[in-house]
Write a protein that binds this ligand. Structure first.
Ligand SMILES: Cc1ncc(COP(=O)(O)O)c(C=O)c1O
Length: 377
């Protein structure tokens, strides 16, 4: 892909062949359940459109996004697969769901009625998935409410009730009692609907961790995000081979030798104790290389780990390359890389005091996305 028009300070390289291979691996694990690739938040920062295409090429059957606008962007790019929008569908925006054939999320009875009315006024039929709160405490019908309302929901003219889903709060935690409680509640609801012949065609509850760890949660469809990008959630057996798809790089803009006793960066939290070769990197917290990494992170230069010196600034960071024997070249790797020296997403996340989800989605739009392994045709 052409890189013209940017100043090449800092960029990510996304290997689409890896996304496709990860999708294929998850399809195999999930079968006979189908794979819904979660590409919200611009494909967890990787780029929603190319990731969606790669996931579909790897065998995913459907896509999920957080917002209506994200769903529309996929349609505008010519993507034809089913797309579920997780946010509760706003009745006043029903026209846009219909126009783009997006699957709408229904979270309570008032919204369902208003949405049905909006669909009827448009002379259209909206396909919906009903969300049930089994213990995430965020959105959805409580299980008893869903059961009590199900027949009325199914009878609402203007809505086609295709799906039922829930979201698990602790699928990646060591302690499994809570996730099992959530699952019992969900399974109880499914059993009741089944007994009355009311089970909808697409029932789903698994995220990446549940898919890889709790086979009973796979049902008709699994919604995988993190694993699609090649990152294993915690507490999951490492049986499924996934490949991280994203490498974050930046340019080295200066290499200088500073004398012993020289202060580095705002607040002078680092003072050199020896003559020190310092590389200045063209990345900072405005790019998503967070200030929490100050004096704590390492970057890869010519395959060596080099420590960040002092505070991360808005646009630049200084690293110690004194122990590097080679010429540092022009690039540093902030995340990714090959072999045992790679800086893994979980490691960078730990230095930042967060999780890979936030690392990826925090890489700012000013960081160019480049694609490798682009799909044929
Ligand atoms: C409703 C819902 N389902 C599935 C996922 C995918 O989760 P993961 O990335 O852990 O697979 C998310 C992501 O947060 C979500 O909000």
């Amino acid at each position: 892909m052409a890189h013209g028009g940017t100043d090449e300070r800092s960029w990510v390289e996304v290997d689409l062949a890896r996304i496709r291979a990860n999708a294929a691996a998850l399809v195999r694990v999930a079968a006979p359940a189908r794979l819904m690739a979660v590409v919200k938040a611009d494909g967890y920062g990787h780029g929603a459109v190319p990731v969606a295409r790669a996931a579909l090429a790897g065998g995913a059957s459907a896509l999920a996004v957080a917002t209506l606008t994200e769903g529309e962007a996929l349609r505008q790019a010519g993507i034809d697969a089913p797309i579920l929008v997780f946010a509760p569908a706003r009745p006043d925006l029903a026209r846009r769901y219909v126009a783009h054939r997006l699957l709408a999320t229904v979270v309570d009875w008032d919204q369902a009625q208003a949405l049905a009315q909006a669909a009827r006024e448009l002379g259209a039929e909206l396909t919906v998935h009903v969300k049930v709160d089994t213990g995430m405490g965020r959105l959805g019908f409580l299980p008893e409410e869903a059961l009590a309302r199900w027949e009325a929901l199914a009878a609402l003219e203007g809505l086609t009730l295709e799906g039922l889903y829930t979201h698990l709060a602790t699928a990646d935690e060591a302690e499994t009692a809570y996730v099992r409680l959530q699952w019992e509640r969900f399974q109880g609801l499914i059993d009741h609907l089944d007994a009355r012949g009311l089970r909808p065609p697409v029932v789903h509850g698994a995220n990446s961790a549940a898919l890889l760890r709790l086979p009973e949660t796979r049902l008709d469809l699994v919604r995988a995000g993190l694993a699609l990008y090649g990152i294993l959630p915690p507490n999951v057996p490492p049986r499924t081979r996934l490949q991280p798809a994203l490498t974050w790089k930046c340019r080295i803009t200066a290499v200088r030798t500073l004398p012993a006793g020289w202060g580095i960066s705002y607040g002078i939290e680092h003072v050199t104790w020896r003559p020190t070769r310092v590389a200045t990197l063209a990345v900072g917290y405005a790019d998503g290389y967070r200030r929490a990494l100050s004096g704590r992170a390492q970057v890869l230069i010519q395959g060596h780990r080099c420590p960040v010196l002092g505070r991360v600034t808005m646009d630049q960071v200084m690293v110690d390359i004194t122990d590097l024997e080679e010429d540092p070249g022009q690039e540093a790797i902030l995340l990714g890389g090959s072999g045992p020296l790679a800086i893994e997403a979980w490691e960078l996340a730990r230095w930042m005091g967060t999780i890979p989800y936030e690392v990826f989605t925090g890489i700012s739009p000013r960081v160019e996305r480049r694609y490798l392994g682009e799909l044929e045709g």
